[in-house]
Write a protein that binds this ligand. Structure first.
Ligand code: ZN
Ligand code: ZN
Length: 436
């Protein structure tokens, strides 16, 4: 085979594409109950938008970004000319920065205006080493809410995320909801410093990545899956003991709302999200079976500074993203099927060439009446036309033959019961509709 899908990508074949559509539909249904509206942003943006918002030391900025260059920009690079910022483009590695950029650009939250509540669905791109459930092009749905300031918004977002998973068929008891507060500009710097000196003391037990993180961004060590690093991190100072009063009160309020809603959770002092922009409440949903150690199916949190980074105007935000491929693995493990199959249609069997124009026009009549209809386009024998109909799981076959047609009739075969009846062509649509 000369051409294959590039490494780390996959085709969504019809059954998977239908599943992705069902996943998006379900997201839209649940999120719209909470006042969210759809938004579509470009698949590529200025690189800087992503690298600055995720943090210069984040994995995204340092190694996972897919750069996009125009031919003109490539020529400039070849000639050794530096590129301007607007010539450095990147495929989006996540949805948040783009949505926040769009909200700022179109002033969707004017001074004193109501929060902007938006959801998105689409492909994201990261240049990771491909592994199970982690692709270079993957699919996500996510939401962002900009302008809400109260702790109730944090709780609402977490509840909405759990309701979405439940709407897909995942049982509440098969998931773990982890929450934490990452503090704010008041208390995070001092806490980060404490973690940094703690990690320095235990540097010998840390992996190479984590040793590098001590200076850049020590909290990222909390994410490390390395056994030895995890042991060190277990003994690290806890965020919950180092929050300022405002952060502690807010986190308590969020927990209170979750309790009131009957949403069970575990406070995980090690939970940090992989982007620098999070402040305050963060959360992650994990499944207990089917995904091994990479068991997170979604997560998000609160961010105070991202809008300021992007537009220069601070606006409190929060959001989460859910990975389609990960959730599919979890659903598979739980034996849940989102795809209800292709709709069953009618197959019009053409007995010989003389009746083809009639078969063609009957097929159009059926489609115009909203009934999926298909027919032969390869001059196959009647027998193999029936085979194709069976393979396509047709609900019925309409057999158009010259003898029956001379008296204005066709034969309708019910593919489930194998009953056949003669039907006048003028009554065909009605008869077929009765089968559904
Ligand atoms: Zn490590
Ligand atoms: Zn604080």
């Amino acid at each position: 085979m000369r051409y294959q899908a590039p490494k780390g990508t996959q085709d969504l074949l019809p059954a998977q594409a239908r599943t992705w559509a069902a996943f998006r539909r379900r997201a839209q249904e649940v999120f719209s109950l909470y006042g969210y509206e759809p938004i579509e942003t470009p698949v590529f943006e200025l690189s800087e938008l992503f690298t600055r918002s995720a943090g210069e030391s984040s994995d995204i900025a340092s190694k996972e970004i897919f750069s996009v260059r125009s031919i003109g920009a490539l020529q400039k690079m070849a000639e050794g000319e530096p590129l301007k910022a607007d010539q450095k483009l990147a495929l989006r590695p996540e949805g948040t920065a783009s949505v926040v950029r769009a909200i700022a650009q179109h002033n969707l939250v004017p001074q004193g205006g109501a929060p902007a509540k938006l959801f998105y669905a689409g492909s994201m791109f990261r240049c990771e080493r491909p592994q199970k459930g982690r692709l270079r092009e993957f699919h996500q749905v996510g939401v962002e809410c900009l302008g809400a300031t109260d702790a109730v918004a944090d709780a609402e977002m977490i509840i909405m995320c759990m309701r979405f998973f439940e709407s897909l068929g995942l049982k509440r008891e098969s998931m773990t909801l982890l929450i934490n507060s990452m503090g704010d500009e008041n208390c995070r710097p001092a806490y980060t410093e404490r973690v940094r000196s703690y990690l320095k003391e235990h540097e010998d037990s840390l992996c190479e990545d984590c040793r590098r993180r001590i200076d850049d961004n020590p909290l990222r060590a909390f994410d490390c899956k390395n056994e030895s690093c995890r042991k060190v991190v277990d003994g690290a100072p806890r965020f919950s003991d180092n929050l300022c009063d405002a952060c502690r009160e807010r986190f308590e309020a969020v927990k209170g709302y979750l309790d009131a809603a009957g949403i069970g959770y575990t406070v995980d002092p090690r939970l940090v999200r992989g982007f620098d922009y999070y402040t305050g409440t963060v959360f992650e949903v994990q499944v207990k079976d089917g995904l091994g150690s990479q068991n997170a199916i979604g997560g998000g949190g609160h961010y105070d500074k991202l809008m300021g980074e992007i537009s220069g105007k601070d606006l409190s935000g929060l959001g989460f993203a859910v990975g389609f491929e990960r959730v599919m693995l979890a659903l598979e493990a739980a034996g849940i099927e989102l795809d209800s199959g292709a709709p069953r249609g009618v197959y019009v069997v053409c007995v010989d060439e003389s009746v083809r124009p009639t078969a063609f026009s009957l097929m159009q009549q059926l489609r115009d009446a909203g009934i999926p209809a298909d027919g032969d386009t390869q001059s196959r024998s009647v027998k193999s036309q029936f085979k194709v109909a069976g393979k396509g799981n047709a609900r019925a076959c309409v057999v158009v033959g010259p003898d029956e047609l001379s008296s204005g009739n066709v034969t309708v075969r019910d593919m489930d019961t194998h009953d056949e009846q003669l039907v006048a062509t003028g009554e065909l649509v009605e008869k077929i509709q009765a089968l559904y």
